[in-house]
Design a binder for this molecule. Sequence first.
Ligand code: ASP
Length: 461
Amino acid sequence: MQRTSVSQTIDQVEKNVTLYGWVNSYRDHGKLVFFDLRDYTGLLQIVVNPQVSQKAFEEAGKLSPEDVVKVSGLVKSRVEKYINPDLPTGKVEVEATEISLINKSTQTPFEIDADGRDVDELLRLKYRYLDLRRPRLNSNIRLRHQIIRHMRGFLDDRGFVEIETPILTKATPEGARDFLVPSRLQPGKFYALPQSPQQYKQLLMVAGFEKYYQIARCFRDEDPRADRCYGEFTQLDMEMSFVDQEELLNLTEALMIEITEKVVGKKVYKKPFPRFTYQEAMEKYGNDKFDIREEKDPDVLGFAWVLDFPLFEKTQTRALAPSHHPFTAPKNEDLGLLESDPLKVRSLQHDLVCNGYEVGGGSIRITDPKLQKKIFEILGHTSEEVQEKFGHLLKAFEYGVPPHGGIAPGIERLMMIFANEENTREVMAFPAISSGQVSVMDAPSKVDAGQLKELHLKTDL
Ligand code: ASP
């Protein structure tokens, strides 16, 4: 199929081309019909003049927005006063000689040629495939692709390997509820979807890969919050062996600076990123997700590090819970306080904040099995529980574990800031909303009795 894309037409003046795409907007001026043709490269004005082709003019009369069409015609330069500076193809237009309707569109439930911010979000998600046609969403998803591509390239160049880890697995604690999947082969047992690949990436360090990353999907059954999506999100999950915290921070910082400046084209407010202890952050900003910028310019990104977090915190339900996760190492100089005053122990956790959001967290890990056991104990786990939940990790640490640490920047949070969006759903193709309802598909949904029986499950509803 000989096809010219919309963006290629700028270099094809006075040539005959054949284009395929959607009718984006349609203007009937009586003697002439104009419409914008949209394809994956952008928008282009098509002029249909009955003097050029009566047949094409008749075909054009049948078109309406979002129809899929084939257009053949001559690329022409526009005269000066008709140049559209807002379109990359604004200096040209195509004079149609032939138009064929490929597939008709019924009327869309909302306008596509607008930013869509005033449309009910449930309606947008129900018709997400149409919502994604709008330029704002389309360019968010494309930017996301560019960023992930760049992350991969940056890490590949530095000797990292991308490794996939299981989705059907055992619970790994990150402080949220697990999603469970019943096992058919072992009735009464459940897989948990990973809250992060934390334990697997540590096992990959035991396995000797030394530098790992993964564009990792994480699943957390957390309570609704307006600025995020429900259920799943993506991290750039990284882990390195034989590193200290300084190296991890520097590597992450270099990556963030490169992406912000080269891919997104925004400014980094302060380089190197300012560092705060948790205590300094609390004193200065009253929280650990602060904004270091004086003016809230969305084109300037104020990254900062928060260090020296307390290892434990008190929560509503637990006397002591990990501030991060139970694999984070305490600072050496605070080890003596572990039993006497655990809330005073500081850790080797590092959080990256940007413009008032936490955009990533990580730590140097515990690699001494005895210390790891002690931390579980302090957290209130019995030794049977420890064995059952984390025995595999402790066992692995008996076989020569390298010192290691890592970090996991959150792709959606970063993207939300990069793309000037107010919530993470705007940078995901098919997000779920806080009630748990997903885009387009009717999920969660009931399953038939036969399927439940096969899984040995009964619901009490
Ligand atoms: N697994 C951690 C998290 O999801 C990140 C890390 O410690 O590397 O926050």
